[in-house]
Design a protein around this ligand. Structure first.
Ligand code: ZN
Ligand code: FE
Length: 255
């Protein structure tokens, strides 16, 4: 059996998730922008919270934690590197560590760049990864604390996972990400059709997250710094992919 995963819109554009192991009933929340929608989702499913997995310290990923724990006590898992600036952790993890949600094993990846200490949780048996503000649908998090090469290196760790992996990221930014992506990769037919599908979904108020890694590899410019069409568009044919990535990320910051 694989994890049952529920997408929970929070705040104005955040996503939290519930990941439920049907064999044992254990259930993890991934990030806690606010407590109320997560508690409502737990009650709706009749699931009992056992863990909270925190990806990084930004307020829009942790602010609801105290209220959530007051109503639904659980083990809090977060990065050792961020322990000084996260709410108290029960389990501190670093890359290579695993977290058990019932019978499901999550592998911790360090995906620093947006923040230094940002982690992702990969559940290979469920083909699921929780990436928050590292790899996002058609985008990636702004590089606030890390360096451009560090973020590129982090994204490469995700790019090599199984392409059918579902990517559960932290925000509904896909429509604006698509407009930017088209500005650096205008002749990519997969991107053009995805952008149309994203517009249609948003017009109906539907989420565009999660996505699959295969979709991201085909359309997300931040994973495509080795693509010759993108390199040509940027006047960077043959450049180091980390430099191409940095150029794309810098352009996005001013888009
Ligand atoms: Zn963030
Ligand atoms: Fe965020």
């Amino acid at each position: 059996m694989t994890l049952q995963i529920l997408t929970i819109p929070c705040l104005s554009d955040n996503y939290a998730y519930l990941a439920h192991d049907p064999a044992t009933g254990q259930t993890a929340a991934v990030d806690v922008p606010e407590a109320a929608p997560i508690l409502k989702a737990l009650a709706g499913k009749g699931w009992v919270l056992s863990h909270v997995l925190i990806t990084h310290h930004h307020y829009d990923h942790v602010d609801g934690l105290a209220d959530l724990l007051a109503a639904a006590p659980a083990q809090v898992v977060g990065a050792t590197a961020d322990a000084h600036r996260l709410p108290p952790l029960d389990i501190a993890v670093t890359e290579g560590d695993t977290v058990k949600i019932g019978e499901q094993t999550g592998h911790v990846l360090d995906v620093s760049g947006h923040t230094v200490g940002h982690i992702a949780f990969h559940f290979p048996d469920s083909a699921a990864i929780f990436t928050a503000d590292s790899l996002m649908a058609l985008g990636c998090g702004r590089v606030f604390e890390g360096t451009m090469p560090q973020m590129w290196h982090s994204l490469q760790k995700l790019a090599v996972l199984s392409p059918e992996t579902t990517v559960y990221s932290g925000h509904e930014y896909t429509q604006s990400n698509a407009k930017f992506a088209l500005s650096v990769d205008p002749s990519n037919s997969a991107l053009i059709s995805r952008a149309t599908a994203v517009d249609a979904a948003r017009a109906k108020g539907q989420p565009t997250v999660p996505s699959t890694l295969a979709e991201e590899l085909a359309t997300n410019p931040f994973l495509r710094a080795t693509d010759l069409d993108i390199q040509a568009h940027l006047g960077m044919v043959g450049a180091d992919p980390a430099d191409v990535f940095a150029e794309i990320r810098t352009r996005k910051d001013c888009f």
